[in-house]
Design a protein around this ligand. Structure first.
Ligand code: NAD
Length: 491
């Protein structure tokens, strides 16, 4: 693999140390583990392996920082500081995008345009939002006035997945800092590099020591569980698998931490015959295969109304075959490598299950021709599966979608809701009444009509059923990252 563009050729992967109380440090045991680039299968760096001891140090620093100069910043000063972090991210955007592409295997162009740019905008958004935040106040006849005040929750633990490492981390860190908290972040073990650089960007922007801490390590019996069990951590915000959410809830229960969860999904795309088919195909390509299908919001169950089922498939398969799979640093690449050998085998395993369950692979189904090295999987479209087959029901989290025909509105709503997930749904129709009618019956936290992945950071983001707990975005983020006290004054 080569870094084709001159301006990014000089950027090298980095070894990752923890960032605790304003300093990069090794683990006290000096233990490290390897960082592997999934597109080359080579070791590109060493990651400090943290555990209880490092989490204890980071939490102590974060707790101490709550009482330091951080607490005295005015709203304007905190807002300016957030803006400087956003500027710091954009100033290093090529470097961050290279590191993100090397860590995840995703296309560099996607990392640049989506992950890194939107990470900066997370800070810009909360910088602005903070300055216009108000509180509730009620006058109760001539008896009393009630008003609320907000305070930081305290030390917030952040546990992150590997698919959108910096984007999801900044989605948590920006409102956390805006609300005056301090943070201990545990990036996914597969993708440590951009979080490590972010700590430096925060420091250069003027974040006081101890306010932002990063501890690397694994989940269970490692840094992750140490963070969720720590008595001085006041809240945990977690994005990852539903089963991990269960484990974290158990670990956090004895100290009754506030929890916010963004979990897995098995999102349906519902395509009615009256929709604009070219637009449907263009967006369905993205909702199926963007980021190798490793986006929690990807639509992996595609339901198409019978009259356009065959035409849809013909066009969708043809366009999917045009997607270039391979070297994340090639300008034309649209689909990179999946995160790890383990995940590669898991996704391929699902394709084998689909075959055994009677599915037909219309395109993809394995490694692309000519790619001998790297965890690459061709975008795969499967038809002919029963609604109860595992590929239709379980989250695959790779470039694999199933397509099923439907006859009636009632039938497709019933099938779309027949899952314990409830994260996102994309509905395609030009019938206004039907769009509203269907949207109101879909059990999901995020519902798009004639679009996908269109975000406004003021809106509530999160899943229902086993896809999440609580909502983040705009005021919802501040509700999670603040403690609210109500004050009543008798008149
Ligand atoms: P994961 O749950 O395996 O890991 C996520 C993080 O949790 C990692 O940092 C890991 O080290 C840590 N962890 C694992 N076990 C832990 C434990 N017992 N205690 C504390 N920490 C622990 O998830 P993943 O494989 O990294 O990410 C993929 C999953 O994330 C998919 O299910 C996807 O749908 C979901 N996801 C959801 C959203 C959303 O917004 N809803 C966004 C992105 C990803």
């Amino acid at each position: 693999m080569q870094l084709k563009e001159k301006n990014i050729q000089r950027i090298q992967p980095i070894d990752c140390r923890h960032f605790i109380d304003g300093q990069y440090v090794d683990s006290t045991s000096l233990k490290t583990f390897d960082n592997i680039n999934p597109a080359t299968e080579t070791v590109i760096g060493k990651i400090a392996e943290g555990g209880k001891e490092e989490i204890n140090l980071a939490v102590a620093a974060a707790k101490k920082a709550l009482k330091g100069p951080w607490k005295d910043l005015t709203t304007r000063e905190r807002s300016d500081l957030l803006r400087r972090i956003g500027d710091g991210i954009l100033a290093r955007k090529e470097e961050l995008a290279v590191l993100e592409a090397m860590d995840t295997g995703k296309p560099y162009e996607l990392a640049l345009e989506m992950d890194i740019t939107r990470s900066a905008h997370n800070f810009y958004f909360f910088s602005d939002y903070l300055t216009s935040l108000g509180n509730e106040s009620y006058q109760q006849d001539d008896k009393a006035i009630h008003y609320s005040i907000r305070r930081p929750v305290g030390v917030v633990g952040m546990i992150n997945p590997w698919n959108l490492p910096l984007l999801l981390l900044t989605w948590k860190l920006a409102p956390c800092l805006a609300a005056g908290n301090t943070a201990v972040m545990k990036p996914a073990e597969w993708t440590p590099m951009t979080a490590t650089v972010l700590a430096e960007i925060c420091q250069e922007a003027g974040v006081p020591d101890g306010v932002v801490n990063v501890v690397h390590g694994f989940g269970a019996n490692s840094a992750g569980s140490a963070l969720t069990e720590h008595p001085d951590v006041d809240a945990i915000t977690f994005t990852g698998e539903t089963t991990t959410g269960t484990a974290i809830m158990k670990a956090a229960a004895p100290t009754l931490k506030k929890l916010s969860y963004e979990l897995g999904g098995k999102n349906p795309n519902i395509i009615f015959a009256d929709s604009d088919l070219d637009e449907v195909i263009e967006t369905t390509l993205k909702s199926s295969f963007m980021n190798q299908g490793e986006v929690c919001l990807c639509g992996s169950r595609i339901y198409v109304e019978q009259p356009i089922y065959e035409t849809f498939l013909e066009k969708f398969v043809a366009k999917t075959k045009e997607l270039r799979v391979g070297d994340p640093f090639h300008k034309e690449t649209r689909v990179g490598a999946v995160i790890s050998k383990e995940h590669y085998e898991r996704v391929l395993g699902y394709i084998e299950i689909a075959k055994a369950e009677g599915g037909t692979i219309l395109t993809g189904g394995g490694r692309p021709d000519g790619e001998e090295v790297g965890y690459f999987i061709s975008p795969t479209i499967i038809t002919g599966l029963d609604r109860n087959s595992r590929c239709v029901r379980e989250e695959i989290f790779g470039p694999v979608v199933t397509v099923l025909p439907f006859e009636t509105e009632a039938e497709v709503i019933e099938q779309a809701n027949d899952t314990h997930y409830g994260l996102g749904t994309s509905i395609w129709t030009n019938d206004l009444r039907r769009a509203h009618r269907v949207a109101h019956q879909i059990e999901a936290g995020i519902i798009w009509v004639n679009t996908w992945y269109l975000r406004d950071l003021r809106t509530p983001f999160g899943g229902m059923k086993q896809s999440g707990l609580g909502r983040e975005g705009g005021m919802h983020s501040f509700d999670f990252y603040s403690e609210i006290s109500n004050i009543t004054i008798k008149l």
